[in-house]
Design a protein around this ligand. Structure first.
Ligand SMILES: [Zn+2]
Length: 289
């Protein structure tokens, strides 16, 4: 995919939205006012953005209506380019880089990031596990996990719970704390009953069998990280990606923004094998409005 070739300007992006969201064949679309398929004509307005007009009743359709781009003063082309940049790197890019690449203010870059992460990359409630084993682990952003274990986390250290299905999808969420009382409802929400669950030896997880899961744990404190198929290497690998990506910026990242970051990493992970590509999945998601 060559971004500048496929989406050279604002017009191309708008036409892509029109074709994806409304167009039926050459120049027809469903007119909500007439309740039927009619011919629409592209109509150039004095404003920057064009609309398509029903040739029967004059009803206008704006291809951005209902999307995160609609009320934005940032051009559609920059929105698409931002989503392309976010999709095309393994670790993501910073707001500073986005500011530079797009020539927008830092504040605008942040706002775009935030909307893309919270609206387009929001995680769904698909349950993981079943036939494939699941790895569950928690981590802290803002401090090492070891230093926190068994104690109350220090100020600003934000706990995150991750669940990954081996060979499948991942979820990661900011949680209030890592007590069993807090974590078990999350685990029940995201892991299918009866699944085989791999964790480290944290005490929180010892009651998993009573919650309806098959539980295996690995004793990290003994320096053992893999015992046959008992390990948490998949989720550990994901945590290192996240930690490397947010290194140096986490001090200004509140829980709300951290969830956005997690959504972005989860999105890339879950779309890693999509033939259509991460970028296309993202603009299709945006088109769904
Ligand atoms: Zn009409």
């Amino acid at each position: 995919m060559e971004f500048m070739r496929d989406f050279p300007d604002d017009k191309t992006c708008l036409e892509w939205l029109w074709n994806t969201r409304y167009a039926i064949g050459e120049n027809e679309a469903y007119c909500p006012k007439d309740g039927q398929k009619t011919v629409f004509k592209k109509y150039e307005t004095s404003q920057q953005r064009q609309s398509w007009t029903c040739t029967k009743c004059g009803h206008h359709i704006h291809p951005t209506a209902g999307t995160i781009f609609h009320k934005s003063s940032t051009s559609l082309h920059l929105w698409f380019y931002a989503m392309y940049l976010m999709s095309s790197t393994r670790c993501g890019i910073s707001a500073k880089q986005l500011e530079r690449e797009l020539g927008v203010t830092y504040k605008t870059a942040w706002r775009m990031f935030h909307l893309i992460r919270t609206e387009l990359m929001a995680q769904d409630d698909t349950q993981l596990g079943g036939t494939a084993p699941v790895e569950i682990d928690e981590m802290y952003v803002g401090g090492s996990r070891k230093a926190n274990r068994g104690r109350r986390p220090a100020h600003k250290k934000i706990p995150v719970l991750g669940v990954v299905e081996r060979g499948g999808r991942i979820t990661a969420h900011v949680v209030g704390d890592i007590s069993a009382l807090t974590l078990y409802p999350w685990i029940r929400k995201y892991v299918r009953q009866g699944s085989q669950v791999m964790t480290d030896q944290a005490g929180t997880y010892v009651n998993l069998p009573y919650a309806g899961f098959e539980h295996e744990s690995i004793r990290h404190d003994d320096g053992i990280y893999v015992d046959g198929d008992v390990h948490t290497q998949t989720i550990d690998g994901f945590w290192s990606l996240v930690k490397n990506g947010i290194k140096g910026v986490y001090h200004q990242v509140g829980a709300h923004h951290l969830q956005g970051y997690l959504n972005e990493y989860v999105w890339r992970y879950n779309h890693r094998d999509d033939d259509a590509g991460v970028f296309l999945q993202l603009i299709l998601r945006a088109a769904k409005a």
